[in-house]
Design a binder for this molecule. Sequence first.
Ligand code: A3P
Length: 323
Amino acid sequence: MENSSTEILDLSSLPQEKWWTDECLYQVGGFWLMPEVVQSVDRVIKQFKPLSSDIILASFPKTGTTWLKSLLFSIVHRSAKDRLAIESPHNLVPSLEMLVYAKPNQPLITNIPFSTNNQSCRIFSTHIPYQLLAETLNSSECRVVYVTRNPKGRPISMWHFVNKWHFVNKWKKAKEKPWPFEVAVDKFCNGTFPCGPYYDHVMGYKKLSMERPSKIFFVTYEELKNDPKTHVKKLAEFLGYPFEGKENVEEQVEEVVKSCSFEVLSNHKVNKSEESPNWFKVPYNSFFRKGAIGDHENYLCDETIERIDALTREKFHSCGFMY
Ligand code: A3P
């Protein structure tokens, strides 16, 4: 990773829009970022030089990042269940913009951990859209994993996250002035949502997966939920860490799937903790809520479902991506 000095992005020069109460998002390259990450996203884009052995997990917020972090770590390091029992997936797989490049000086991670088969392998996560990160990701043979999730549930997960958890940090006002659900849906649909527009975020990585399937593993939360073992096996092969051995392949896969399941992960003391990591002032347990498919049916009226479905048809279906 390089440590070159770069220009600082001036927030006041960027288009801004309120997304809840008087909190603003800032537009960079067509995407809406929270002010806390504008500079660090800029640093990642300008300074991060991925190694060809790196794995980059990309996602839109609240689409299954925590789950994929635990799966990727388990696939690369095998038998990671003891580590997962004591460490948050977010500490095992650091975020480029939230942690590694959070400070203007030296990037935080300089050592290269060794994987199960003694190859060097670093795993990072990011919410940065492909449109902003294309040059970086294509500058090496690093592999990308992208997870996405049914758009109808996205405003719900974020709405819960904001209203329940952000009161613990500087956004204490969420307690007094909760984010109205209709506003969350509206902001999601018009794109003024952290890292939004969601549809452009997904399409950036989806198009890459259609053009260069060997570069990126594109998977949906729902596919993983419905058939975790098949997808974990495929993911391991894609990453170059296939499950091998004549007899116990199925047991190995089962162990990874089980140790990363919502039920097991969310019950570890570390993941139930109300403490916050020092890089993001929300408690560790805020990353676990329900972990279910179809929760939107409990929240969205028919009209909202039709509104999001129409948007989804318009944005996704032309390229054959169905939701
Ligand atoms: P819900 O709000 O629908 O419950 P992210 O990790 O990208 O922030 O996404 C959080 C969502 O993933 C939350 O969804 C959370 O409950 C769910 N989640 C976290 N860990 C999971 C796991 N191991 N398996 C399935 N879903 C998980």
